[in-house]
Design a protein around this ligand. Structure first.
Ligand code: C6P
Length: 408
């Protein structure tokens, strides 16, 4: 296995630090990723050289800023296999992207007689926007169940799709790590006349994705989980669907004409980008895409699969440790429980060893409730993680076990 971390880890200045005198072991990549020097430099360069508001100024600086921002639309489009850069809407992240669809597509296309179909493994970002919309419209929300191993149970999908106008599901679960067969879901959903929204927050950063292959209708993701700065994200949608949708936020730059008593709206994609956008962050996203593309998403996926297998094998050997989420097709996210040790205690003890993991409900309370859990510990990997860091994690877990055995 080509150890990507050996080659690329040095690009991440933050990872060189020590925490409590121990080398930092950063295993909370599902929450956010670290940033390589090329991204930090791109943002710095933009602010030092090109910073101006975009689409407005009739001067060189503003034209350069506009060019820097707009060129990222092309990069994103190629990176995810979109048909046109006009299908790329910049947002602040996955959460805003899904809210945009709920607001602009949902309010126009859903009525109280309709249903939408979500899954039991959704992040709150793909639940709450639909709850909010249902308060206004009153449609039905149905759910694809999750099996004991943590896969989607698609056996009743055709039945569930009756009366459904939209299926909205994650590509990869941030808790279970499960990679869902969104292509298959999209095929059946389309046969039933429904559109498909995919929450790609956990997938785009870790595997090749191609909109033409997945054939969904909307795809949402966040920049910060894929080496880019916080505050930037993307909603991709098929152009004909975007063209039928009304605006999300109102303000500058999303208009065609404004009168005192009414407004007309700009074409796609500007219609959905109101006010001053997060320009520098989008420039950083462009640099992140360059960086990831140079490594190769297929290589990143393969290396993370190796880390996942290694970590699963080593964690399973720890007595009293159980892994939550055992689907056959998984990304490098491992949620687990250690007998007699509360996940929050575990995270605190591991922190003392320099290891950063997440503990909690991971913004997926319905999933946790289904399995009678309040919280799990979660280790999530990226291509800059080294196999040796898994050993440090295992040692930390053994230490936590010993401490709690002593307390009892
Ligand atoms: N999950 C985690 O630690 P934002 O916050 O908009 O960038 O992403 C929201 C989001 C949506 N869907 C999925 C599947 C996600 O995992 C996340 C973010 C982080 O698991 C923070 S809760």
């Amino acid at each position: 296995m080509n150890n990507l971390a050996l080659k690329y880890r040095q690009d991440f200045p933050l990872l060189k630090q020590e925490v409590y005198g121990k080398p930092l072991v950063y295993l909370d990549n599902a929450a956010t990723s670290q940033k390589p020097t090329s991204v930090l430099k791109a943002v710095d360069y933009y602010y030092c050289n090109d910073n101006a508001n975009i689409h407005r100024g009739l001067y060189a600086l503003s034209e350069r800023a506009t060019q820097a921002y707009e060129s990222v639309r092309d990069k994103v489009s190629k990176f995810i296999g979109a048909t046109s850069s006009q299908e790329i809407i910049f947002t602040s992240g996955t959460t805003e992207s899904i809210n945009l669809v709920a607001h602009s597509w949902g309010r126009k296309n859903l009525s109280s007689n309709d249903a939408i179909l979500l899954t039991e493994m959704e992040h709150h970002s793909n639940l709450v926007p639909w709850h909010l919309l249902r308060e206004q419209i009153g449609f039905q929300i149905k759910f694809i169940p999750v099996t004991a191993e943590g896969s989607l149970d698609l056996s009743q999908l055709e039945e569930l799709l009756k009366n459904v106008k939209l299926v909205s599901l994650n590509h990869m679960s941030n808790v279970l790590g499960t990679i869902n067969d969104v292509k298959k879901v999209a095929e059946l959903a389309h046969q039933a006349g429904a559109l498909v929204l995919v929450d790609g927050a956990q997938s785009v950063a870790h595997m090749p994705v191609d909109m033409k292959v997945l054939d969904c209708d909307f795809y949402a993701f966040s920049g910060h989980k894929m080496c880019a700065p916080t505050g930037c994200g993307v909603l991709w949608a098929k152009k004909n669907i975007l063209e039928e949708m009304g605006p999300f936020l109102g303000g500058g730059e999303m208009i065609h004409q404004v009168f005192l008593d009414h407004s007309t709206y700009a074409e796609v994609p500007n219609r959905f980008e109101a006010g001053t956008m997060n320009i520098a962050q989008v420039v950083g996203l462009g640099a992140a895409i360059d960086y990831l593309s140079e490594i190769g998403m297929d290589k990143i996926f393969a290396y993370e699969q190796y880390l996942l297998e290694l970590a699963t094998e080593k964690l399973q050997k720890i007595e009293g440790l159980s892994i939550f989420g055992q689907a056959p097709h998984k990304g490098a996210v491992i949620s687990f429980l250690l007998d007699q040790v509360h996940p929050h205690d575990l995270a605190t003890i591991l922190d003392q060893e320099g290891i950063a993991i997440r503990a909690g409900h991971h913004c997926a309370q319905p999933l946790m409730r289904k399995f009678d859990l309040i919280s799990t510990a979660r280790a999530s990997f990226y291509f800059y993680n080294m196999p040796e860091e898994i050993d440090v994690l295992v040692q930390g877990l053994e230490k936590a076990k010993e401490m709690f055995a002593y307390v009892r």
